[in-house]
Design a protein around this ligand. Structure first.
Ligand SMILES: [Zn+2]
Length: 296
């Protein structure tokens, strides 16, 4: 049994399989990424929402080595968010400008839509062979949950409802984070759709539920799917995990053109590579670069 405050996601079906759903509690990993990047409240909210989404979508990947990447590029000050997740509940991510500060929006909430601006949402499914499957749509509001509701409607013709939330406390630490996806299967009967619409209309928001003590992703789904006879699947743990390392760095260095390697050697300084996802620093002596240069 996982303890209540451990991050996890859970899948469910309802209405005899006519509705599919997933919910996640991601407070710990969003707080961890906030610390890693030293991100501002608005950047933490944007990155945290995208991480929750990627983990829920990643849970639907079939193969062990498949990955799902979400890229959100806008003309707002955050510029770009990149998050990658796999089917094992592991994710990593970064935002181009993690220190952005903005006034709250009209509803006195973090203005994530304004910080992202107008732009594109891209989802890349990499099956570990041949070309990855890439889908790009225009951002709808930049609030992320809305954008994914549109994404599912446009790219997968699946009527969906997506909720995502990150709530910070007075010290700007992450107090609650999570989300849900609810999708109608093509055979979904009208009375179920009406019940679901009523439940969603009465629903406040994700963090209002998850901030309360002892509430879980299951509770989120019990509220949204009330009256639809839910069957829960297994809980899956979720956490941050980075795939950076020496092997990957050497591959990148080896792929540099010869004249660029020559420039590094002529400069004569050891080089440092910082992972943009987890901020880990790797140092390589100039001798290593000379070796790569000679082997080309
Ligand atoms: Zn890393």
């Amino acid at each position: 049994m996982l303890k209540r405050d451990g991050d996890y996601l859970i899948k469910a079906v309802a209405a005899g399989g006519q509705v599919r759903a997933c919910a996640i509690s991601s407070r710990n990993l969003v707080e961890e990424i906030r610390k890693i990047h030293g991100s501002s409240p608005i950047a933490t909210a944007a990155l945290g929402r995208t991480l929750s989404m990627a983990l829920m979508m990643g849970a639907d990947l079939k193969g062990e080595n498949e990955t799902l990447t979400i890229q959100i590029s806008g003309d707002g000050p955050l510029e770009k968010i990149v998050v990658t997740a796999n089917s094992r509940g592991e994710a990593r991510g970064y935002v181009n400008n993690p220190y952005v500060i903005m006034e709250p929006n009209a509803a006195k909430h973090l203005n994530v839509g304004g910080a992202i601006g107008k732009g594109k949402l891209t989802v890349i499914r990499d099956m570990g062979m041949k070309e990855p499957h890439v889908t790009t749509i225009n951002l709808h509001s930049g609030e992320i949950a809305d954008d994914f509701t549109y994404y599912f409607a446009i790219s997968e013709q699946t009527p969906s409802s997506v909720g995502l939330g990150v709530l910070l406390n007075k010290k700007n630490y992450v107090r609650a984070a999570g989300g849900f996806i609810v999708q109608l299967m093509p055979n979904c009967e009208e009375p179920y759709i009406i019940t679901l619409e009523e439940n969603l209309a009465a629903f406040s928001n994700v963090t209002d539920v998850l901030k309360k003590k002892e509430t879980t992703p299951e509770d989120l789904l019990r509220i949204i799917l009330d009256g639809l006879d839910i069957e829960f699947g297994e809980r899956q743990k979720v956490n941050l995990y980075c795939t950076c390392g020496d092997e990957r760095n050497i591959r990148v260095l080896s792929s540099l053109p010869k004249d660029q390697l020559k420039e590094i050697i002529d400069e004569g300084k050891d080089i440092e590579i910082e992972c943009e996802f987890c901020k880990k620093k790797y140092k390589y002596p100039i001798k290593k670069i000379e070796k790569i240069y000679k082997s080309k």
